[in-house]
Design a protein around this ligand. Structure first.
Ligand SMILES: [Ca+2]
Ligand SMILES: [Ca+2]
Ligand SMILES: [Ca+2]
Length: 233
């Protein structure tokens, strides 16, 4: 009896292993998406010196060239960010060189995609962390310049001009209309560089910025504590 039950269990396991799945893993050789967020440890940078080293980076999707197909954007911790245009039939084209370069390497942690200036072209915002130097922790905003040629849209980094070059240790960000005035606002989730409690109350308070579609400037909104309460409840 025992043997029979064991046989049935093994049969069920074998059957479940061969069941068709909802999602099929595609080969990067076929899709053209070769981005790898490769993290390289050293004697000075490792899981012991920086506990968030394997928190990963972000990915975003959006139709960057308005052709009806969703495109891909990847943040990289130690590798440069990447943008892939969707060519259809699960084929993608690497247009990462269309992002204007940064002055130095940055540990990018998250991606948020939104049409920040309401010009009909999606823009790319990336959060940054893992550096004691605030200059190298600036969050970055690439404004979509539209389709300039057959190589796809070009993006110019303008976080300073838009007032969203936040220098906190940022984990990720999201755009939404917080005050229901019709303009997109920006919520940035922050952490600390070295805290080990994992408790948001001990970390840098999450920051909130408010945007205006009619203005190139996003003055900080002084109600961050209100938003923080929601997270501490
Ligand atoms: Ca597209
Ligand atoms: Ca835009
Ligand atoms: Ca708003």
């Amino acid at each position: 009896m025992m043997k029979k039950s064991l046989f049935l269990i093994l049969l069920l396991i074998a059957a479940s292993c061969t069941s068709p799945t909802m999602f099929k893993l595609l080969d990067p050789e076929k899709t053209g998406v070769h981005f790898i967020n490769r993290v390289t440890e050293t004697d000075s940078l490792n899981i012991m010196s920086y506990e968030y080293i394997y928190n990963g980076a972000g990915v975003g999707t959006g139709d960057l060239n308005n052709d009806g197909l969703m495109d891909l954007v990847f943040a990289g911790n130690q590798v440069p960010p990447a943008v892939y245009l969707n060519l259809g039939n699960f084929k993608f084209k690497d247009i990462s060189s269309n992002l204007s370069p940064l002055p130095y390497k940055q540990w990018l942690s998250g991606v948020a995609i939104a049409d920040i200036n309401s010009d009909g072209w999606l823009d790319i915002y990336m959060t940054s962390t893992a550096n004691n130097n605030p200059e190298k922790c600036k969050n970055r905003l690439w404004i979509n310049q539209g389709m300039t040629d057959e190589n796809g849209p070009y993006f110019i980094e303008m976080a300073e001009q838009y007032g969203v070059a936040d220098t906190s240790q940022s984990v990720s960000a999201a755009f939404f209309d917080y005050d229901c005035d019709g303009d997109l606002d920006l919520y940035i989730l922050n952490n600390t560089l070295t805290a080990s409690s994992g408790n948001l109350k001990l970390g840098t308070p999450p920051d909130l910025r408010i945007s205006s579609a009619s203005s190139a400037s996003f003055p900080p909104m002084n109600t961050a504590s209100t938003v923080l309460e929601v997270f501490e409840a």
